[in-house]
Ligand binder design. Structure first.
Ligand code: NDP
Ligand code: GDR
Length: 358
């Protein structure tokens, strides 16, 4: 029997990798996508199937996590064996500007999916994955962070995801739904959204090297993150839903890196090495480095409350799921820069405006 999966957030970074992974495993894949005034399916172009094809194995449905009746209809039509909730307003900084919307989609949206499973009597047949996050730990001050580490969220995004985490646990305990949280630490790839710091840096390093951009503006260079490759993390998500019992797992590499080092490596890999000599801010918040300035600090990218240090302990996933990361952060940087050195000139032909978007 062909297994069926529904992915919310299929047009995002993880959704694109997970859809490919499940299609390769022989699944029939359904994805929820939002209506947009421009094409928003670029990341899944390679696997997109014309709905006129006979028995397409990938089908997209218009939907939104803020719309309960729509969620119920999609679940009723697809009745998936596995439901991966990857959709979210996923940008931490943007969540300070759109806190209510972030709560509606990331927190209540998760509740809507779980309630739909109950309403449609799918409790025993649909397994549920929730994309939880290392942002839940915030500034807890304990390292490394594992499944027993207390949560101390530091943004509207993280607080919304805290609700989603606990409502997933609650529906598992209250109704016996096979519902699991993947507490994923940062994972990146050439498909990463352009405003997350890694992709912003690798795009800028490539664009500066090729002469399409003059300068990169960044915020806090001292933040430390545990960065892995997204392609590997989606396999961890799938493995959680193949277990007899639902549970919660950390997915991480166990290595942490500063934004500063990530930046140095990216410029090195692009063939335009930089140094952060004389780093500091003047009274107007400008970088005081003299000479040719390729990277400048712009206070607009500082967050009202920052998460300083994340480093995960993936032992449980390794022991119970047999999951382990493969790509080191150094290889990840190389991979992303290499891809952007190809992408940027193509975009330049289409007159894309590069650079320092928020
Ligand atoms: P992206 O931002 O790349 O993708 C988010 C997806 O959610 C997009 O498909 C987006 O659609 C969709 N979406 C946003 N809001 C809604 C909504 N209201 N209704 C329906 N769809 C919506 O995120 P990632 O792929 O990086 O992350 C996937 C999930 O994992 C997210 O929930 C994120 O919070 C979580 N996570 C990610 C980590 C990471 O490092 N990448 C780490 C830990 C957790 P559109 O394309 O139209 O914008
Ligand atoms: P994060 O990712 O907040 O960890 O959330 P992001 O790449 O946005 O920030 C990482 C760190 O870099 C610092 N930083 C900057 N960040 C951005 N975006 N832009 C800048 O110019 C910049 N300069 C410095 C940030 O302050 C921060 O410390 C990601 C998302 O994918 C979430 O959805 C997910 O839950 C977590 O990872 C785990």
């Amino acid at each position: 029997m062909t297994r069926t999966a529904l992915i919310t957030g299929i047009t995002g970074q993880d959704g694109a990798y997970l859809a490919r992974f499940l299609l390769e495993k022989g699944y029939e894949v359904h994805g929820m996508k939002r209506r947009s005034s421009s094409f928003n399916t670029g990341r899944i172009e390679g696997i997109y199937q014309d709905p006129h094809e006979h028995n397409p194995r990938l089908t997209l449905h218009y939907g939104d996590l803020t719309d309960a009746t729509n969620i119920i209809r999609i679940l009723q039509e697809t009745r998936p064996d596995e439901l991966y909730n990857l959709a979210a307003q996923s940008h931490v900084q943007v969540s300070f500007e759109t806190p209510e919307y972030t709560a509606n989609s990331d927190a209540t949206g998760t509740l809507r999916l779980l309630e739909a499973i109950r309403i449609l009597d799918l409790v025993d047949t649909t397994r549920f994955f929730q994309a939880s996050t290392s942002e839940l730990y915030g500034n807890v001050g304990i390292t490394p962070q594992n499944e027993s580490t207390p949560f101390r969220p530091r943004s509207p995004y993280a607080v919304a995801k805290l609700y989603a985490y606990w409502i997933t646990v609650n529906y598992r305990e209250a109704y016996g739904i096979h519902a699991s949280n993947g507490i994923a630490f940062n994972h990146e790839s050439p498909l990463r959204g352009e405003t997350f710091v890694t992709r912003k840096i690798t795009r800028a390093a490539a664009a500066i090297k090729l002469g399409f951009q003059d300068r990169l503006y960044l915020g806090n260079l001292d933040a430390k993150r545990d960065w892995g490759h997204a392609r590997e993390y989606v396999e961890g998500m799938w493995r959680m839903l193949q277990q007899d019992e639902p549970d919660d797992y950390v997915l991480a590499t166990g290595v942490t890196t500063t934004v500063r080092d990530f930046t140095l490596w990216a410029f090195e890999d692009a063939g335009r090495p930089i140094e952060f000599e004389g780093e500091g801010l003047d009274e107007k918040g400008r970088c005081i480095k003299t000479g040719e300035i390729l990277v400048e600090i712009d206070p607009r990218y500082f967050r009202p409350t920052e998460v300083d240090l994340l480093i995960g302990d993936p032992s449980k996933a390794r022991e119970k799921l047999g999951w382990e990361h493969q790509t080191s952060v150094r290889e990840l940087v190389r991979d992303m820069v290499r891809a952007d050195l190809i992408v940027i000139p193509r975009e330049a032909e289409q007159h894309t405006d590069f650079g320092n978007r928020p």
